[in-house]
Design a protein around this ligand. Structure first.
Ligand code: DC
Length: 224
């Protein structure tokens, strides 16, 4: 079978990771969560007090960062210099820092390079903000996944409440708005829907409907 690439882009909390993981399991292909990569870099920068205004410091730090993905009990975990940081990176603090570090040119070039290498040998599904626009402009299928911001805040709140029952809807909604603004207005690789990406608005769709839609698109295009 031919090797293929599926790009899933869209704003924060649109359900990109869930969709990508399900498609990866269903089709037996590799899943690369590129947001987790930016989060791992953010965690490293925080833990090592890296001054993000200092170019040399940032570049040196990138050279000391090793990122790997591996399955742990059926779940995809990310390893930062061999430490499993899958859970540590899922906080709002790391999310905000990831948004900042992802606007640094050297960080982006480095991550894009790593993402292309990870996809060299296998069929992959990647999710992020710039996969269809920058990382893999020739992807076999490009999805732009979105949902209304209140619906996304509702979904994110459900996730966050597992760890922190005191999270408020308003705070999460504010955070989503801020992150959307940063993602869309980044001077490099801003979040955009490319003309050839298929828009899927999941506001009124079930998770299964979204998965079925993507499988149908892949079949229609003879990708699978
Ligand atoms: O999807 P996420 O929330 O885990 O992503 C964390 C941050 O990284 C988010 O602010 C956007 C940024 N990001 C990016 O700029 N490019 C990507 N390909 C993936 C994520």
């Amino acid at each position: 079978m031919n090797k293929y690439i599926i790009a899933v882009d869209g704003p924060s909390a649109a359900g990109k990771s869930y969709l990508s993981k399900q498609i990866s399991d269903k089709l037996g292909i590799v899943y690369i969560d590129t947001g987790a990569m930016y989060r791992a870099v953010a965690l490293y920068f925080i833990e090592n007090n890296i001054n993000i205004e200092n170019k040399n410091e940032v570049e040196d730090a990138l050279n000391n960062i090793d990122i790997k993905f591996d399955r742990v009990n059926e779940e995809l975990h990310i390893f930062l210099n061999d430490e499993d940081v899958a859970s540590k990176i899922r906080t709002e603090e790391i999310g905000m820092m990831a948004s900042k570090v992802s606007a640094i040119k050297s960080v982006r070039y480095d991550m894009i390079d790593r993402q292309r290498k990870l996809a060299e040998d296998d069929s992959v599904i990647l999710d992020g903000r710039d996969i269809g626009s920058v990382v893999f402009p020739n992807a076999d299928l490009k999805i732009y996944l979105t949902a209304d911001e209140k619906e996304r805040a509702k979904r994110r709140l459900l996730d966050l409440k597992i760890k922190n029952p005191n999270c408020s809807f308003d705070a999460v909604l504010e955070d989503i708005k801020k992150r959307d603004y940063n993602d869309i207005n980044k001077p490099i690789s801003p979040l955009v829907k490319t003309d050839d990406a298929v828009l899927i608005d999941t506001t009124n769709m079930t998770k299964q409907q979204v998965i079925d839609k993507v499988i149908l698109l892949l079949k229609e295009r003879n990708v699978i």
